[in-house]
Design a protein around this ligand. Structure first.
Ligand code: ZN
Length: 218
């Protein structure tokens, strides 16, 4: 079972499910030719897909176009069902920065056929996450900047306050559909600037100087 680590602490928390949000930044929805959604777009990743900073992303042979997506990741600290906004806010035990690796060519094909995105989003090593910072130690004010570079060149850079649906609203919505449990992770969507990575590339993602993540592609 995969466990996330809390920064500056020996605490490790077993990961349950990974709930991901699509199209949560208007400029990213536009760059892929998608409409801005009226409600959050949700999909899942298996916890077995998770890797950590210093580990490699394994490029599947069946894709020619794997994309990086840098995202704010939330760690759920308590069980929740039909949460109100305040309860949702309190359930954010910690946060970090993550990568939602996506096989764009496969996803485009799946979308065209009306099929689920599973193959494009759930392959092994498709989810990376940094150490997590406890909400008690840093209050996210959404002015933090999310950024990603490939081989030292900045590709994504955006303030969290450009999200269409902010963290507590996402948790409120998700918990109206499925029970959230302690140890679940929520990937909150990526800003504009997604693009292709190749074997040999080094990806670095950062959240406002608070926490960072580095993964190679092999
Ligand atoms: Zn994503």
């Amino acid at each position: 079972m995969k466990k996330v680590r809390i920064k500056n602490s020996g605490e490790e928390i077993p990961v349950g499910k990974i709930v991901c949000v699509g199209r949560n930044y208007a400029a990213h929805a536009a760059e892929l030719g998608n409409e801005i959604p009226a409600k959050p777009v949700l999909f899942l990743k298996p916890a077995s897909a998770l890797i950590f900073s210093g580990e490699n992303i394994i490029h599947p042979d069946f894709s020619q176009n794997m994309h990086h997506e840098a995202e704010l990741v939330l760690l759920v600290g308590r069980d929740l069902k039909n949460a109100g906004r305040a309860e949702a806010e309190k359930a954010i035990y910690g946060f970090g920065v993550g990568l939602d690796m996506t096989l764009r060519d496969i996803q485009d094909e799946l979308k065209k056929n009306g099929h689920p995105w599973t193959i494009a989003k759930c392959f092994d090593t498709s989810a990376a996450v940094s150490e997590l910072i406890l909400s008690d130690n840093h209050n996210l004010d959404m002015n933090e900047e999310l950024s990603l570079s490939v081989n030292g060149i900045t590709k994504q850079k955006e303030k969290l306050n450009m999200m269409l649906f902010p963290p507590a609203q996402l948790i409120e919505y998700i918990s109206s559909i499925m029970t959230l449990e302690r140890g679940d992770l929520i990937y909150t969507g990526t800003p504009a600037g997604v693009g292709r990575v190749s074997r040999g590339d080094k990806i670095t993602a950062q959240l406002g100087g608070l926490v960072s993540l580095e993964c190679g592609v092999i």
